[in-house]
Design a binder for this molecule. Structure first.
Ligand SMILES: Cc1ncc(COP(=O)(O)O)c(C=O)c1O
Length: 409
């Protein structure tokens, strides 16, 4: 008889190895690549077996709205990467954000959130939750005094993203956690811009991390998905039943796409970040660029905090051209390699003008308060050769009149 081969505990392996092997379930066919289980339901041998499954005495699958082997592999791989006890996948990033907040809150509760949130998250916080009797307060997330002042005895949770969209401000996650926990509130962090490789909110004390897997996790512009990561207790208390009964489930096909994408996440994010660093440096020296915001640069307003909290500056660079919207449009319309799109984290480099797209819904005063100017563009750096990207940016910038540096204004 042959002895079964030893397998390493995935927790003892490094990120890149876990992202290739972690969470794999092998079927009786012994496939090398994770299988796509496109099934809605599961058969039971007997009525007794069905009864035991429903009672929870037998841990198998019941129905794919609840769980599915391919989705479960994706959840396990994400949990290993994040260092979370538990993970639940969702149909989109917004389903993850909404479930992580609604699962914790009830009428009469209060939520504090950073003002600089992705637009749909802002809708959930400012419009959806108040309809169900949950009050919310928005603060300047970079000012810990404002977080402290906003806390009330009925504050149940706080919500933030860092770096923020599109100004790439950094919020002190450990500082916010301290304030929230002193009041008995939980902390939910949308970690999309940082990616699971560059920032670990759970290690900084957060209670829950959410992702739009649509972004760097898929990374190739194909599938929508989301994921919620937290302790077993948090998921059991706040997330599990809500997802099971309301049904924002990730499709097995999308889970399979994400699972395969995770294998290359470190290579992709690493390459995109190295290009983003070079592009930020190029832009900072360009006469037509008024201001560059990149958390990995020494001239970022919160460079020290970014260094403490993140393992790198990420894959997005935000910058301003002088002369506002006409100049931003002229420049972006002249790009021939970089595409115009509001998506991010893609293999393809994409540029967007936040004031007229992602943040168009906001009043001009609200945009000004977030530091979003009419000349600001956000670049999501992809996997193209960085020299081609720099050439593309350079030829388009050179069509603009030389502007003033922002600091000199
Ligand atoms: C920071 C952030 N959070 C959440 C979302 C929502 O994700 P999805 O589009 O997958 O619902 C997005 C992007 O769309 C985002 O950029």
């Amino acid at each position: 008889m042959t002895t079964p081969r030893k397998t390493r505990d995935p927790k003892s392996l490094r990120d890149a190895t876990r992202l290739v092997h972690g969470g794999s379930l092998r079927s009786s066919f012994d496939e090398t690549s994770e299988a796509l289980f496109l099934t809605q339901g599961y058969l039971y041998d007997t009525m007794e077996a069905a009864e035991a499954r429903f009672k929870g005495d037998d841990p198998g699958f019941i129905y794919s709205r609840y769980s599915n082997p391919t989705v479960s592999m994706f959840e396990k791989r994400m949990a290993l990467l994040e260092g979370a006890e538990s993970a639940r996948a969702t149909a989109s990033g917004m389903a993850a954000v909404t479930a992580s907040l609604m699962g914790q809150l009830k009428a009469g509760d209060h939520l504090v959130a950073a003002r600089a949130l992705f637009g749909s998250c802002l809708y959930v916080v400012e419009e959806l939750l108040p309809r169900f009797g949950v009050a919310s307060t928005l603060v300047d997330g970079t000012d810990l005094k404002q977080w402290r002042a906003a806390m009330r005895p009925n504050t149940k949770t706080v919500f933030l993203e860092s770096p923020t969209n599109p100004t790439l401000e950094i919020i002190d996650i450990a500082g916010v956690v301290k304030i929230a926990h002193e009041q008995g509130a939980t902390v939910v962090v949308d970690n999309v811009f940082a990616t699971p490789l560059l920032q670990h909110p759970l290690k900084l004390g957060a209670d829950c991390v959410v992702y739009s897997a649509t972004k760097h996790i898929d990374g190739q512009g194909r599938a929508l998905g989301g994921v919620i990561l937290a302790s077993e207790a948090f998921i059991a208390e706040h997330v599990h039943t809500l997802l099971r009964q309301t049904g924002p489930s990730l499709s097995p096909f999308n889970a399979w796409v994400m699972l395969k994408s995770l294998e290359t996440l470190p290579i992709r994010v690493g390459a995109q970040m190295r290009s983003a660093e070079k592009i930020a440096e190029f832009l900072a020296g360009h006469s037509r660029v008024a201001n560059v915001l990149y958390p990995g640069r020494a001239d970022h307003p919160q460079a020290a905090l970014a260094r403490r909290q993140m393992k790198g500056g990420g894959t997005l660079v935000t910058f301003e051209v002088a002369d506002g919207k006409p100049a931003a449009f002229k420049f972006a319309n002249a790009l021939s390699v970089i595409g115009i799109s509001n998506n991010l984290g893609d293999a393809k480099s994409l540029i967007t003008h936040p004031a007229t797209t992602t943040h168009q819904r906001l009043k001009p005063e609200a945009r000004a308060r977030l530091g979003i100017t009419d000349g600001m563009v956000r670049l999501s750096v992809g996997l193209e050769d960085v020299e081609d990207l720099i050439e593309d940016l350079d030829q388009a910038l050179n069509l603009l009149a030389p502007g003033k540096r922002r600091a000199a204004e």
